[in-house]
Design a protein around this ligand. Structure first.
Ligand code: ADP
Ligand code: ASP
Ligand code: MG
Length: 422
């Protein structure tokens, strides 16, 4: 008998009808002779609402209380899912993070799982009960509730699949797999039947929210078989042509560019007119690091003139922009970073092309620059890695740029021929 971990995301448990339908997937998997453990997200929209409640009191909240509030959405769905399974005649019970326990470090709001003792879950499963585990949450050693960062239920599911030595981790969501880009933005996006861990990791880390980044690293490290599939399609489990995440060498034909991703989560900051001397970058990025602010793209202009004046541009999360500005206003008055002017921009998007084929072929970046130039889109910042090229452009061009690049990289799905026209 194999154990399958099934994870249902927010839309999949968005209302009572959907919870009952999702529970049918669990029932069907049991009828195929498998054991199942379920991980659930909060109903769609609930976590956003809970975050808004916290923000409405203060933007600078006590992250331990923030976690206690935002973790509550998953408690509701875990209970409801257990009730739905019971209504389908299946023994089930809910488990909160602290009850399992899912033990994490103390980084509230973005905690990392450190251990999942599975003795009690195993007893429950052996007794023929389906455990319904609240995703996204855990507890610290000193019994405070933690959350794993937005989208964290994916990570809960993969971590549980690893801890329970599950045969597979099925991520049920509102699309039927991982696509060449977000199918809600580019209608000609194509489903990718098999994607390499490394590509999935890169796609997720530059904005493809279909899987949380950490869930992919965890799956890679613990060799968990992950499959992304639709809650709303009728088939279940491995019969469904969803997306399997596999080792690079299991993919016969390596696409030069396998996907495009975008992120509107970042803001751009420029410090203009700074004297370039040894230690400049450290002086700029140390206070950000001390404040736990993650910096993504960084560009330093070539210093010019006798006094070597330069500019530093970088991106931080939109949520961290206000704090970043405060940090550099203080740094200017303390004279720890002496710049002439600071500018920031919120209306930007980062667009990235990803593909393991880039390791061996050139021209991907050039094509991106040419396509954007043809469309009259200005590139503000560029960054590259072994299997990725990213550019920062104005947000208003997101769809235009994605569609043009999708076509240029040969990613478009074949157009469906209307039978009536044929
Ligand atoms: P869940 O609530 O099930 O966790 P998410 O909203 O977190 O679902 O992730 C699924 C969404 O990810 C899809 O609805 C889709 O809009 C978006 N998405 C972004 N990039 C991709 C991609 N490359 N392939 C599939 N979906 C993507
Ligand atoms: N409910 C959490 C969120 O909205 C976790 C998740 O859905 O994965 O971020
Ligand atoms: Mg998600």
């Amino acid at each position: 008998m194999s154990l399958i971990v099934q994870k249902f995301g927010g839309t999949s448990v968005g209302d009572i009808d959907r919870i009952l339908r999702a529970a049918q997937k669990t029932k069907a998997e049991i009828e195929r002779g498998n054991q199942v453990a379920v991980v659930v997200s909060a109903m769609s929209g609930v976590t956003n609402q809970l975050v808004e409640y916290c923000d409405a009191i203060t933007a600078n909240h006590d992250s331990r209380e923030y976690d206690s509030v935002v973790a509550s959405g998953e408690q509701v769905t875990a209970g409801l899912f257990a009730l739905a399974l019971q209504a389908h005649g299946i023994k089930a019970r809910s488990w909160l993070g602290w009850q399992v326990p899912i033990l994490t470090d103390m980084q509230h709001g973005r905690a990392r799982i450190v251990d999942i003792p599975t003795e009690e879950l195993n007893v429950s499963i052996a007794n023929g009960e389906v455990p319904i585990i609240a995703g996204f949450q855990g507890r610290t050693e000193d019994w405070r509730v933690t959350t794993l960062g937005r989208g964290g239920s994916d990570t809960s599911a993969v971590a549980l699949a690893a801890a329970l030595r599950a045969e597979r981790c099925d991520i049920y969501t509102d699309v039927d797999g991982v696509y060449t880009t977000d199918p809600r933005v580019v209608s000609r996006a194509r489903k990718i039947p098999r994607i390499a861990f490394e590509e999935m990791l890169e796609m997720a880390s530059v904005g493809a929210k279909v899987l949380q980044v950490r869930s992919v690293t965890m799956a890679m490290r613990h060799r968990v078989h992950v499959q992304v599939l639709s809650t709303f399609a009728d088939e279940i489990g491995s019969d469904l042509p969803g997306t399997l995440i596999v080792d690079e060498d299991e993919i016969m034909e390596k696409a030069l560019v396998s996907g495009l991703a975008f992120s509107r989560d970042d803001a751009k900051v420029t410090l203009e007119g700074i004297h370039n001397a040894p230690g400049l970058a450290a002086a700029i990025f140390r206070p950000l690091s001390d404040a736990g602010i993650i910096v993504d793209m960084i560009v330093q202009d070539v210093a010019t003139g006798n006094d070597a004046i330069t500019n530093m541009t970088f991106t931080v999360g939109k949520r961290d922009l206000a704090q970043t500005i405060r940090i550099f206003e203080k740094a200017k008055s303390d004279k720890t970073v002496d710049y002439r002017a600071m500018y920031s921009e919120n209306d930007i998007v980062k667009i990235s092309a990803i593909g393991v084929g880039m390791k061996t072929h050139s021209g991907v970046a050039l094509k991106m620059f040419e396509v954007l130039a043809e469309k009259g889109i200005n590139i503000e910042v560029i960054s590259t890695s072994e299997i990725k090229v990213s550019v920062l452009i104005k947000d208003e061009y997101t769809e235009l740029a994605l569609r043009a690049l999708h076509t240029a990289y040969g990613l478009d799905a074949e157009e469906k021929i209307d039978a009536a026209q044929a």
